[in-house]
Design a protein around this ligand. Structure first.
Ligand SMILES: Cc1ncc(COP(=O)(O)O)c(C=O)c1O
Length: 226
C-alpha cells in the first residue's frame, strides 16, 4: 500500500476552480489584454486594501520584490541589514545581491526573530531591519518598531509567508516602510507560476514610493512598446 502523502497537489486544487479559472483565462486571452490588465490593477487595489497600505504593486516574485525595496530605499555596499537566521534563503540573498551585509539574529520559541536580540546587532552601518513572518506569524512588531525608531532604521518586511497575518490588529506589510509578498504556487495565495507583490504606504515622492512607482512605470512602458 502506498502511504505517501503529497505535500501539495496543485493539479487537484485546480479541479476545484477549473471552470472559473478557465472562464477568466478565456476572457483575458480573447481580449489580448496581457500586460497591466484591469484584473491585475483591481487585484493590486484589493491587496492594498486588505493589507492596509495605500499601494500594492505586482512583481515577478517576492525575491524580486524585496530586492526592489532594498534598492528603492538606497541600501547597498557598506550597509548592514538585520534579519533572522531561520528563514528562506531569499531573505539573505537579496541583501547580499544589493551589496549589503545581512546581520543575523537568532530565533525565539516560535522560531521567528527574537526581537530582544536586535539592539545588540546594531552597528553604525545598520540601515534597516528585515523581519520575516514564518508560517504566517508576525514577530513582536510593536517592540521592533520602537527599536527601529530609536535607532532611525527602516523596516522592510519579508512577509512572503504571511498574507493575512497580523499583530495587534495591524497586518504584515503595513508595519514598516514596505513589505513584499510571495504568490509562489505553494503559498497561501498561490499563482500558476511565480508571482509576488510589494505593498507600501510611502509617499510617492519618497525613495520607496518612487521605487515602487518606477516598477509600475516600467511595466506600463513594456505593455505599450510592442
Ligand atoms: C520567508 C520567505 N522569503 C522570501 C521568499 C521568496 O519568495 P519567492 O519564491 O516568491 O521569490 C520565500 C519563499 O518561499 C519565503 O518563504
Amino acid at each position: 500500500m502506498d502511504l505517501s502523502v503529497r505535500f501539495w497537489e496543485p493539479g487537484k486544487e485546480f479541479l476545484r476552480i477549473e471552470e472559473e479559472a478557465m472562464d477568466t483565462m478565456r476572457t483575458v486571452l480573447r481580449a489580448g489584454d496581457l500586460i497591466m490588465r484591469q484584473q491585475m490593477l483591481d487585484f493590486e487595489q484589493h491587496l492594498a486594501e486588505f493589507v492596509g497600505t495605500s499601494d500594492a504593486v505586482g512583481v515577478s516574485n517576492c525575491t524580486d520584490g524585496l530586492r526592489l525595496l532594498l534598492e528603492a530605499v538606497g541600501i547597498g555596499p557598506g550597509d548592514e541589514v538585520i534579519t533572522v537566521s531561520h528563514t528562506f534563503m531569499a531573505t539573505m540573498a537579496v541583501i547580499h545581491h544589493v551589496g549589503a551585509t545581512p546581520v543575523l539574529v537568532d530565533v525565539t520559541d516560535d522560531y521567528n526573530m527574537d526581537v530582544d536580540l536586535i539592539e545588540r546587532a546594531i552597528t553604525k552601518k545598520t540601515k534597516a531591519i528585515m523581519p520575516v513572518y514564518l508560517n504566517g506569524r508576525l514577530v513582536r512588531m510593536d517592540r521592533l518598531m520602537e527599536i527601529a525608531e530609536a535607532h532611525n532604521l527602516m523596516v522592510l518586511e519579508d512577509t512572503a509567508q504571511a498574507l493575512g497575518g497580523s499583530y495587534m490588529g495591524v497586518r504584515g506589510g503595513a508595519w514598516g516602510v514596505a513589505g513584499a509578498f510571495s504568490f509562489y504556487p505553494a503559498k497561501l495565495l498561490g499563482a500558476y507560476g511565480d508571482a509576488g507583490a510589494v505593498v507600501t504606504s510611502a509617499r510617492p515622492d519618497s525613495r520607496v514610493g518612487a521605487g515602487t512607482a518606477a516598477s509600475t512605470t516600467c511595466r506600463r512602458r513594456s505593455s505599450t512598446s510592442s
